[in-house]
Design a protein around this ligand. Structure first.
Ligand code: ADP
Length: 412
């Protein structure tokens, strides 16, 4: 089954193609084709990689997402990177949808009703859900009646108990959809299953904390394969300090600034999402690599930014362990989590009380999908490469396979 995955960001479009046989493999397979476009205004940087080792990077002009997708997919069936002979070889298209709102938990086949339900929660994630709907419509135009599947970034956290999901404001908030949803669920779910597999543990009797530390950062407390708590909430702004996002701040600061008429709601939104976090404190960058290099040169505000990041990370890991009532494994994933020994070492430093000990040499090597805890550590620590697109492809395979089985059963 050839599964095409579309992952739409606010100013980017990524896409991957997988070929899955009759059985789902344990390890994520290599993509047959992978493409990415990032744009600023109409000028875009495109990167195309084929499974045969061909890579091309170039600048192009794009005036809409539809045009960006058309450009990417053109390379899938034409030219040096091509991985299929014609669009008709694609069996299913999976989309990452950031916000499933109160309605969606599991992946669903996209229909007109599903699209209008996704549109109805787009007020919760305006930049994302609209981009994803545009992706679905462009695929309909380019590939016709191919089955399309929506996989929700909020879905995995729908198992959180009510006391973790409801904000202690007025109860009417909850009734009108203002609740904690949590995000990065596709990767948290993937990491939980992958960690159990690599550590030889049964996911159904396993307590783990997964740390997704990329440009956006969130933790999940996972018990027996289910999310029981997470640090992001109604929006991806709650919780940990991030590259350019503040994470949790006292909401009194915002009402104070509004009362003083210092900012409008929109300006606050921009301030908290674009000019806070590592960037806001350091005034250097939202990129952890640049923060670490500035710290090494003695930059004081970069050091303060790093210390706040680590402090909040440690206290949130502690909170997740308390929610779980213990921990078997700690997972580090995404850009910072996979690549920064400094962040991992600092995050784990105060966790000796739960019996967690890193192996400094292994940690320094940042191996992908390998254990980095010391042999005598009670809690196992592992790095896992984020594989969101593969998780979406798996979900598509499972859903389409289930639908086919149901149809066969109806016939017999
Ligand atoms: P996204 O959240 O947008 O998917 P990634 O998961 O790719 O992004 O994470 C991007 C971030 O990873 C970068 O902003 C950078 O801070 C961080 N990063 C990547 N490599 C390293 C590294 N070697 N050391 C520290 N941080 C890194």
């Amino acid at each position: 089954m050839k599964v095409l995955v579309l992952n739409s960001g606010s100013s980017s479009q990524k896409s991957s193609l997988y070929d899955i046989g009759d059985v789902l493999p344990n390890d994520p397979p290599a993509c047959l084709w992978q493409a990415k476009i990032e744009w600023e205004g109409e000028s875009a940087e495109a990167e195309i990689k084929s499974g045969r080792g061909f890579t091309r990077r170039n600048r192009i002009q794009v005036s809409s997402r539809a045009q960006a997708i058309e450009h990417l997919l053109g390379t899938l069936w034409k030219g040096e990177a091509s991985a299929v002979r014609s669009p008709s070889e694609i069996d299913v298209v999976g989309h990452r949808v950031v916000h499933g709102g109160p309605e969606f938990e599991d992946p669903v086949v996209i229909t007109a009703e599903v699209k209008s339900a996704i549109a109805s929660v787009s007020a919760f994630a305006p930049l994302h859900n609209r981009a994803e709907l545009e992706g679905m419509e462009t695929i309909e135009k380019l590939l016709g009646a191919v089955p399309q599947v929506a996989v929700f970034d909020t879905g995995f956290h729908k198992t959180m108990p009510l006391y973790a999901a409801v904000y202690p404001g007025p109860y009417e908030w909850f009734a009108s959809g203002i609740r904690r949803y949590g995000f990065h669920g596709i990767n948290h779910k993937y990491c939980a299953r992958r960690a159990a597999h690599l550590l030889g543990r049964d996911l159904n009797s396993f307590k783990l904390v997964t740390c997704h530390l990329g440009n956006g950062c969130s933790l999940a407390a996972i018990h027996n394969g289910k999310s029981v708590d997470t640090t992001m909430g109604f929006t991806p702004l709650e919780g940990l300090m991030m590259g350019t996002r503040s994470g949790s701040v006292d909401p009194g600061i915002l009402t104070y600034l509004l009362r003083q008429s210092k900012h409008t709601g929109e300006q606050l939104d921009e301030l908290l999402n674009e000019h806070s976090g590592l960037l806001g404190i350091s005034d250097v960058s939202g990129d952890m690599r640049e923060i670490l290099s500035a710290v090494r040169k003695g930059h004081e505000r970069a050091k303060l930014a790093f210390d706040i990041y680590v402090h909040r990370l440690r206290s949130s890991i502690g909170a997740m362990i308390a929610v779980l009532g213990g921990i078997d494994a700690l997972v580090f994933t995404a850009g910072v989590g996979e690549n920064s020994p400094d962040v991992r070492a600092a995050a784990c430093e105060n966790l000796q009380y739960v019996g967690l000990k890193l192996d400094p040499k292994k940690n320094a090597e940042s191996p992908a999908d390998e254990e980095i805890s010391a042999p005598d550590s009670v809690v196992r620590v592992i790095t896992i490469r984020a594989e969101e697109d593969w998780e979406i492809a798996r979900d598509c395979w499972e859903l389409v396979d289930k639908n086919q089985t149901q149809r066969q059963e109806q016939h017999t």
